[in-house]
Write a protein that binds this ligand. Structure first.
Ligand code: AMP
Ligand code: DBH
Length: 542
């Protein structure tokens, strides 16, 4: 059994193979071919060699094989930043089982939506997450997925098998399974989304492996790379740009950080002589504030990667001075395309652009509203296709028809300027999404939930500027009656009642008599963003 996805046309796949970009090898090679005695992962007090990661993931795969898990099945995974995330990932890949790795901040709403889409046979979660303290939510998930039968918990569990006990039981059974074919789906990435339900991104071994190898090359990763995984480990950036997988490919090691908190991370950097870290801009801002009193702790850093949301030039310029290392900007997307500033670029390119595509077969166009390419340095929408950019979301024909054109280009919704050298600078967005310091919120998802409220007629979620986060979210609400009595706290509680991730709950609510409309009758979000901008200005004068 294979998992359905939109394949690349054959003329393209031939070119990708001919160029050596697609090697028809499974992602398990990342750990199986690594120098086995090297440390792969440091997690709290524990250090795992590549041999440990390989043998644990094999043991786990063998155990799952006895449960009947097989190629073409899927798994719902939600783990925090711990070594087990990778052990579980490679165990599933060994069996040809495709995981979707939910973020640890995701809640009932997101997990249920993923389960509904992929119909997982197994759940792998952490005892640290409140949802998995008992079997209740697992039972709810079983209603979303007809085939969900098994659960494995990392940590102590009274209601499910625990990973530790599986690993403690010795087994000398052989593993009969193999990973899915390299041109088939290996796992699902998460899209930030702009629609009511979060979309899933099928990634093949071939395309993902290539993006990891090329990223590691661009970023000069080597066996002496010590990478701090401080962003959520399931996110595409710390997983593959070059992230933990780039480290595995080159035989270095990953140090797991529980969060991007500056003090926690500086201690880890000092203790483990970390050389590379990756952050979103708000976390970088906090590191820069804390750095002057921690200069001695961070001398080992050589590279600070920043991406996920727009980095201001002023923050960018502070990196070399305050962190004593080089900055690299990255414009990436879980759908594929990743742009990097190069390590030998001049400082102005590094602080003012978000880089250029990683390979020569990445096709990038910047287009105007009529779909025509614009001149250099003129803003337009970034569209792209290439050897690691998907041709379609998982089981989403209607949405795919909107964001993939007839030539297979993915319309990113990002507004960019491209300079004469091909470097991109993000200048805005033409998709209904809020980028809250790197965490993406699909406006429609929250608007739909607000509309279920009996006192709300219309709602529109828009971004508002925020000094720290870049953007925060503001929900404009048209109440049914003037004396509605709705308060911010009760609305927040109401939304949390649906079990949505905390970062999606609006930072501000504004009540309004009616929504301004565009000529075609849609909520005019440009006008609403201006309204909130003015109100924020007035607030700051008070
Ligand atoms: P996602 O679809 O969740 O993977 O998010 C990808 C999106 O994040 C991109 O399409 C951009 O909108 C945004 N993004 C990523 N990196 C940057 C960056 N360096 N600067 C500005 N926006 C970024
Ligand atoms: O924001 C992103 O999705 C992102 C940022 C940097 C990404 O997917 C990546 C690098 O690979």
């Amino acid at each position: 059994m294979t998992i359905a996805y939109t394949p690349w046309p054959e003329t393209f796949t031939q070119a990708y193979r001919k160029k050596g970009y697609w090697t028809d090898r499974p992602l398990t090679d990342l750990i199986d071919n690594a120098p086995q005695d090297n440390i792969a992962i440091v997690c709290g007090e524990r250090s795992l060699t590549y041999r440990d990661v390989c043998s644990q993931s094999k043991k786990l795969a063998i155990y799952w094989q006895t449960l009947g898990l097989k190629s073409g099945d899927t798994a719902l995974v939600q783990l925090p930043n711990i070594a087990e995330f990778y052990v579980v990932f490679f165990a599933l890949i060994r069996l040809g089982v495709a995981p979707v790795n939910a973020l640890f901040s995701h809640n009932e709403s997101e997990l249920s939506a993923y389960a509904k889409q992929i119909q997982p046979r197994i759940l792998i979660a952490s005892s640290r997450h409140a949802l998995f303290h008992d079997a209740l939510f697992f039972k709810t998930l079983c209603q979303a997925s007809d085939v969900l039968q098994h659960a494995l918990i990392v940590g102590k569990s009274e209601w499910a098998e625990s990973l530790d006990s599986v690993l403690e039981r010795s087994t000398d059974m052989p593993l009969h399974a193999e990973p899915s074919r390299a041109d088939e789906v290996a796992f699902f990435q998460l899209s930030g989304g702009s629609t009511g339900t979060p979309k899933l991104i099928p990634r093949t071994h071939n395309d993902y492996f290539f993006s990891v190898r090329r990223s590691a090359e661009i970023c000069h990763f080597s066996p002496s790379t010590v990478y701090l995984c401080a962003l959520p480990c399931a996110h595409n950036f710390p997983m593959s740009s070059p992230g933990a997988f780039g480290v595995f490919h080159t035989g270095g090691h990953v140090v797991m950080a529980p969060s991007p908190d500056a003090n926690t991370c500086f201690e880890l950097i000092e203790h483990h002589r970390v050389t590379v870290a990756a952050l979103v801009p708000p976390a970088l801002a906090l590191w820069l504030q804390a750095a002057p009193s921690h200069q001695k702790a961070i001398t080992s850093l050589t590279l600070m990667q920043v991406g996920g949301a727009k980095l201001s030039e002023s923050l960018a310029r502070q990196v070399p001075k305050l962190l004593g290392c080089q900055l690299q900007q990255i414009l990436g997307m879980a759908e594929g395309l990743v742009n990097y500033t190069r390590l030998d670029d001049d400082i102005d390119t590094i602080v003012t652009t978000q880089g250029r595509p990683m390979c020569s077969l990445d096709e990038v166009k910047v287009i105007d509203e009529e779909g025509n390419e614009v001149a250099a340095n003129v803003a337009g929408e970034l569209i792209t296709r290439g050897p690691y950019t998907i041709r379609g979301y998982y089981k989403a024909p209607e949405h795919n028809a909107k964001v993939f054109d007839s030539e297979g280009f993915y319309h990113s919704g990002d507004l960019v300027c491209r300079n004469e050298k091909g470097y991109l600078t993000v200048v805005g967005r033409d998709k209904d999404q809020i980028n809250r310091g790197g965490e993406k919120i699909a406006a429609e998802e929250i608007e739909n939930l607000l509309l279920k409220h009996e006192l709300i007629v219309h709602s529109a979620l828009v971004s508002m500027p925020d000094a720290m986060m870049g953007e925060k979210s503001c929900a404009f609400i048209v109440p049914k009656i003037a004396s509605h009595g709705m308060k911010n706290v009760t609305l927040r509680k109401y939304l949390r009642g649906f079990g949505v991730a905390d970062y999606k709950v609006p930072d501000r609510f504004e009540f309004i008599e009616s929504l301004p409309l565009t000529p075609v009758g849609k909520p005019n979000k440009v006008a609403l963003r201006e309204v909130i901008r003015q109100r924020l200005k007035q607030d700051s004068k008070r």
